[in-house]
Design a protein around this ligand. Structure first.
Ligand code: URA
Length: 426
């Protein structure tokens, strides 16, 4: 069948066979299917969707365009993937925490996408930290330290690299089957025994509603199951930023505190929830409370921090080197009342304006900038009380004042608090 005939089948809402999907994707990677033909196919999938079986086949075919990591029987290999949200820094705490439980975590992460910060950008606040490990370095460090957090290499899922760039310029990123295949092929390439997904919803996440987040989570869990990977998903609230810090150095500092048994309650709670889920999934623990208590002890004793420091050192970083922070300015409440919302997306945009995120793909970041939220949702505040601490030069602070004013709502009535973890699937 020619590429045009396969496109026509999807355009006319027919289900594609395994060989049609394989011919098309392999042809795209080897250049016999053109960018224009792949763009037409991505749009046909965007408009007509795919069945769970087609999505699983697309995922497998994409996965097989690259290397799949293989591991010795030493200990289970696990990972977490988050769909991204403002202030989401769980990976930095979770990977070393799980490594302390004798699990291996070869975490392949990304850079900032729109207002959402990127794990790699945050880690590069640490002097010398390398995010470009080779496949051999990933294998060796995962076996010796227990965890790695690094960027994707050219050998892992080359089909996704090419297709993601095309989707970005053809308005086909927000397609459930394409997102599912993109994320799951990369996670499957890590050669995992278990995966937990943190699918975010709310103002600070890509998915604004719980319903849309549930559909994406179910699609990824279904593909995980069809591909034989033990997969579960949490649906978590991103109406407010996670933790108090948004930025790069400030988020690393917040993670260091959490790894030492301090840090904000929501970050600790979510990390313990996701980590204990993985311990239960692979059968290392059978009781959730016991799992959480054991994990909490690893944070409180500083053991998880020691493993984080080991990971940083293995990746060329100096955890003791000073991490510069920009000057601090407090932004105060203009009225009294209850905090009705803290709009994470606006805080993410504010950090981009401060140079802590990218407007263009090749922008250099200023890691020293950021915003700290000083109040919680539903908290009673009085006029003049500090709401945010901004880390930036004074003239930059003036430029983002309107954004920060719009990022917080203060009302007379006390709003109901939302739970952090709304649901678990899988
Ligand atoms: N992140 C990915 O890795 N892929 C997508 O398609 C969307 C978000």
């Amino acid at each position: 069948m020619t590429p045009a005939t396969i496109i026509a089948r999807k355009r006319d809402s027919h289900e594609l066979t395994e060989s049609q999907i394989a011919d098309f994707i392999n042809g795209y990677v080897d250049g016999s299917v053109s960018e224009g033909q792949m763009a037409a196919m991505a749009m046909a999938i965007f408009l007509n969707g795919m069945t769970a079986e087609e999505t699983a086949t697309l995922t497998r075919v994409m996965l097989e365009t690259g290397v799949v990591l293989s591991w010795s029987d030493q200990s289970p290999v696990v990972d977490k993937h988050s769909t991204g949200g403002i202030g989401d820094k769980v990976s930095l705490v979770l990977a070393p925490l799980l490594a302390c439980c004798d699990l291996r975590v070869p975490m392949i992460s990304g850079r900032g996408l729109g207002p959402t910060g990127g794990t790699l950008d945050k880690l590069e606040s640490i002097a010398g930290f390398r995010c470009d490990l080779s496949i051999d370095e990933i294998r060796t460090q995962t076996d010796s330290v227990g965890c790695v957090i690094t960027g994707a290499t050219n050998e892992l899922v080359p089909a996704d690299r090419k297709l993601y760039a095309l989707r970005d310029v053809t308005a086909t990123v927000p397609s459930l089957p394409l997102i599912t295949a993109s994320i799951m092929s990369k996670k499957l390439a890590e050669g995992l025994d278990a995966l937990v997904l943190d699918v975010k919803y709310g103002s600070g996440a890509g998915m604004k509603s719980l319903d849309d987040a549930r559909k994406l989570a179910q699609s990824m869990v279904d593909v995980g199951k069809l591909m034989g990977l033990n997969t579960s998903a949490f649906l978590t609230n991103m109406h407010e930023p996670l933790g108090r810090m948004v930025g790069n150095t400030v988020e690393v500092n917040e993670c260091v505190a959490t790894l030492q048994g301090q840090g904000p309650a929501d970050l600790r709670e979510l990390t313990l929830g996701l980590a204990s889920d993985l311990l239960l999934s692979i059968g290392k623990e059978s009781d959730e409370n016991a799992a959480r208590e054991g994990l909490a002890r690893l944070l409180d004793s500083g053991k998880a921090y020691e493993t984080f420091a080991e990971m940083v050192q293995a990746q060329g970083g100096d955890i003791d080197a000073t991490r510069p922070l920009a000057p601090q300015t407090e932004i105060v409440a203009e009225e009294s009342g209850y905090v009705e919302f803290i709009d994470g997306e606006k805080l993410g945009v504010a950090v981009i304006e401060l140079g802590g995120g990218r407007k263009f793909p090749n922008d250099r970041l200023d890691h020293s900038t950021g915003v700290e939220t000083l109040v919680n949702n539903a908290e009673k505040v009085t006029r003049g009380q500090p709401l945010f601490r901004v880390f930036a030069e004074p003239e930059q602070v003036d430029a983002i004042r309107p954004l920060l004013s719009a990022a917080v709502g203060i009302r007379d009535e006390c709003p109901t608090e939302r739970s952090l973890i709304a649901e678990r699937l899988g």
